[in-house]
Design a protein around this ligand. Structure first.
Ligand SMILES: [Zn+2]
Length: 176
């Protein structure tokens, strides 16, 4: 960040009084531009024992398979974000079951949240961000062609136990 989004003044990196970390502070108006992790919310949708995956039509990881997920927007809940992304990427209306995994992707300052969900009917198709959307039996999951390690981890944990007693909270330091 070089210029202030409030007044277009120069930004310097300094530790504000009472703080303990360097922040982007405007030299002109004094605004502190905090930078905090972003949340990615998505679903792990199933239909009759098969799992819905989307082949990405956009970078990063174009052509690789992912669970439907994306950045939360302001003004929505994590559940709403997960449902919206599932609709946008897979044109699927799912019913959320439970919060399944919450993964801190530390090196890129993101938190990925996945809910298990069910498709009431096998109705889905490719949204603009997907090349293809398909249901996979557990034995057919394309492990070598998954887009992100948070997706792979969530799928592996799900196949071990689809209804765990507590949410999987974990941390990864690379995401492919
Ligand atoms: Zn400013």
């Amino acid at each position: 960040m070089k210029y202030c989004s409030v007044c277009a003044g120069h930004i310097e990196l300094k530790i504000p009084e009472g703080d303990s970390r360097p922040r982007h502070v405007c030299e002109q108006c004094g605004t502190i531009h905090y930078q905090n992790p972003r949340i990615v919310a998505g679903t792990l949708p199933t239909y009759q024992g098969k799992i819905l995956l989307c082949k990405r039509a956009i970078e990063p990881r174009m052509g690789y398979w992912t669970l439907p997920a994306g950045f939360m927007e302001n003004g929505e809940s994590t559940e709403q974000a997960a449902l919206r992304e599932t609709w946008e990427e897979a044109l699927a209306k799912v019913e959320i079951q439970q919060l399944f995994s919450m993964i801190s992707v530390v090196h890129i300052d993101q938190v990925h949240i996945f809910y298990t969900a069910v498709l009431p009917t096998a109705e889905f198709s490719s949204g603009p961000e997907s090349l293809e959307v398909a249901l996979f039996a557990p034995e057919d999951i394309p492990w070598d062609e998954l887009a992100f390690s948070t997706v792979e981890k969530s799928l592996r944990l799900f196949l071990e136990n689809p209804t765990p007693a507590r949410v999987h909270t974990l941390e990864v330091n690379r995401n492919r």
